[in-house]
Design a binder for this molecule. Structure first.
Ligand code: PEP
Ligand code: MN
Length: 335
């Protein structure tokens, strides 16, 4: 549903209308197009009638639309979203790189990697404190101690931290301490977690499920946005196919397809997509060439001794080279 506002509507009338919308349990997205102000409504519209809003004197008319992703889609938000997160821009031509180890393992490890990725030009530090592992006997992360080490690394380097939330029981800690909340592939359709994380009003990095379609990814983003936040970054991290030569199959065509359908930034994870460190560089370059807004790359100071995902982790030296070559590719394809 789109509410088209009268030209020159009084701001106080519009605010009163917005509070009526909220009181019906709906969310709205302000839209400005060709001098016309509108509000795009999302939520459960099944019991809502146009009359509920037509009484407001600032409303010119109401249009019902069938659009699956009202908040994430381009229809109500034609321009690329640009998020400014801790002074770093992403989206709309601004490219950002998130780098760091798969898991936070020790103070020495996270500080060393954080310093190295910062020196190479990364804008954000990644590192898992709560790790989703296929086997219950594998290393599942340092938990809240890992979060403390990430905070220390942020303090020492100034890099904002990106880390995965696995359960709503840690919402308060993530709200207090984390700059970008990651929702991992395995939780992409944990709808209650999506909505609760959206309610933190923090930037979110939403990873595509192992066997999820792009439509499902966009609807998952819609769940997060319906929770409150507008800052959702979508991450293609490889999908499961019949191919076994790589850990997953990187669906690079997801970049132009998503960019057609959504205004949200699209990030590529060549580490989980390929599973092998030597494939990370070529696929990072390909991602930069096809219009991705950023990369998330696993970097480890001793990949051979990593507690998780060592085979796909690049060394700081390789990461430096990737950063230099990605910049060259971006310059080459710039219009
Ligand atoms: C990760 O980024 O550490 C991770 C577990 O990735 P994914 O959820 O994409 O498997
Ligand atoms: Mn990993």
């Amino acid at each position: 549903m789109i509410i088209i506002l009268k030209q020159g509507a009084e701001p106080t009338e519009v605010e009163a209308l917005q509070s009526i919308i909220r009181s019906r349990g709906l969310v709205y997205q302000p839209i400005e197009s060709e001098g016309q102000s509108m509000l795009g409504l999302a939520g459960d519209l099944s019991g809502i009638s146009e009359d509920d809003f037509l009484r407001s004197s600032c409303v010119e008319r109401i249009v019902r639309v069938k659009e699956a992703y009202k908040l994430a889609g381009r229809k109500f938000h034609p321009a690329d979203s640009v998020f400014e997160i801790c002074g770093r821009k992403i989206g709309g031509g601004n490219f950002a790189v998130i780098a760091g180890p798969c898991s936070v393992e020790s103070e020495e490890q996270i500080l060393s990697v954080a310093r190295d990725v910062k020196a190479a030009g990364a804008q954000f530090l990644r590192g898992g404190a709560f790790k989703p592992r296929t086997s219950p006997y594998a290393f599942t992360g340092l938990g809240l101690d890992g979060l403390e080490l990430l905070k220390l690394a942020r303090e020492k380097t100034g890099l904002p931290i990106v880390t995965e939330i696995m359960s709503a029981e840690h919402l308060a800690e993530f709200e207090a301490d984390v700059d970008v909340v990651q929702i991992g592939a395995r939780n992409m359709q944990n709808f209650s977690l999506l909505r609760q994380v959206g309610g933190l009003n923090k930037p979110v990095l939403l990873k595509r499920g192992l066997s999820s379609t792009l439509d499902e990814l966009l609807l998952a983003a819609e769940h997060v946005m319906a929770g409150g936040t507008r800052e959702v970054m979508l991450c293609e991290r490889g999908i499961r196919t019949f191919e076994t030569a790589t850990r997953n199959t990187l669906d690079l065509s997801a970049v132009p397809v998503l960019k057609q359908r959504t205004h949200l930034p699209v990030i590529i994870d060549p580490s989980h997509a390929t599973g092998y460190w030597h494939l990370v560089e070529p696929m990072a370059l390909a991602a930069a060439a096809c219009g991705a807004d950023g990369l998330i790359i696993e970097v480890h100071n001793h990949p051979e001794a990593a507690l998780c995902d060592g085979a796909q982790s690049v060394t700081p030296q390789v990461f430096r080279r990737i950063m230099i070559r990605v910049a060259k590719v971006r310059a080459a394809v710039a219009e």
